[in-house]
Write a protein that binds this ligand. Structure first.
Ligand SMILES: Nc1ncnc2c1ncn2[C@@H]1O[C@H](COP(=O)(O)OP(=O)(O)OP(=O)(O)O)[C@@H](O)[C@H]1O
Length: 228
């Protein structure tokens, strides 16, 4: 599903972001990307959506070599990748329903399909009763649920989450992790960046650790992972 083959990335200012990274992720896996600040985690996930292009090596997503993708094909790739951020990034003037529907409106989905899909994902994230609220009227955890609903409404090939619990308290974080687990159990591949060792232990999923742009460990069991 995802293949990094000998990927190197040095930014124009000379910062080495990734060095000879080779990683394979199967369809349906739930993978955590860990490492200190500046280790290359954001670069890793930006390569998946062609936000960053490597200097050498290849990145394959669902049999497509995204490093050699034509410009005209990039929007299509991005529509197949759901992304959730630490700061939620909801549209403040749109209701919960509208925020999620927007992801389908841009691909000109039929109104009836939009209504059905948005209702389905709102049910899945437990927020059907908040459909008409604005984001500012929701708690942080609820806002993150809306962001997750928006990311999966289009049935993405892969769901990427960049520090999704960075702004949430430990109990809310655990609830959000349970939601990610449920989404993963229904077949969606998940790649999640996290600093949060408690979450790594709690989830007990595969952990890929980066240090100064290199993969320094790749373990199948998060509970056995020790940052030191
Ligand atoms: N657009 C950019 N231009 C120049 N250097 C960059 C850019 N983005 C990242 N870097 C550098 O590349 C290296 C890897 O950065 P990256 O953002 O991938 O790390 P990270 O592990 O996500 O860090 P953090 O946890 O702080 O978000 C760092 O040295 C960073 O300063």
């Amino acid at each position: 599903m995802i293949e990094f083959n000998h990927v190197n990335k040095v930014y124009d200012n000379g910062s080495v972001a990734l060095e000879d990274v080779t990683v394979h992720v199967d369809k349906g896996e739930f993978v955590l990307i860990c490492g200190a600040s500046g280790a290359g985690k954001s670069t890793f996930i930006k390569l998946l959506s062609h936000e960053v292009v490597p200097d050498s090596g290849t990145v394959i997503v669902n049999d497509i070599d995204v490093t050699r993708l034509k410009k005209s094909k990039i929007p299509h790739l991005r529509r197949r990748i759901g992304v959730v951020f630490q700061d939620f990034r909801l549209l403040p003037n749109k209701t919960v329903f509208e925020n999620i529907a927007f992801a389908l409106e841009v691909i000109e989905e039929k109104r009836s399909v939009i209504r059905r899909r948005v209702e389905e994902v709102l049910e899945l994230v437990g927020l059907a009763h908040k459909a008409n609220d604005l984001p500012e009227d929701l708690s942080g955890g609820e806002q993150q649920r809306v962001a997750i609903a928006r990311a999966i409404v289009n049935k993405p090939l892969v769901l990427i989450a960049d520090e999704p619990t960075g702004n949430l308290d430990p109990n809310t974080s655990r609830d959000i992790m349970e939601l990610f687990k449920a989404i993963n159990n229904s077949g969606t591949t998940i790649v999640m960046v996290t600093h949060d060792m408690q979450m790594v232990q709690y989830l007990d999923k595969r952990v890929i650790a980066l240090d100064a742009g290199r993969v320094v460990s790749d373990r199948l069991r998060g509970a056995e992972f020790n940052e030191a």
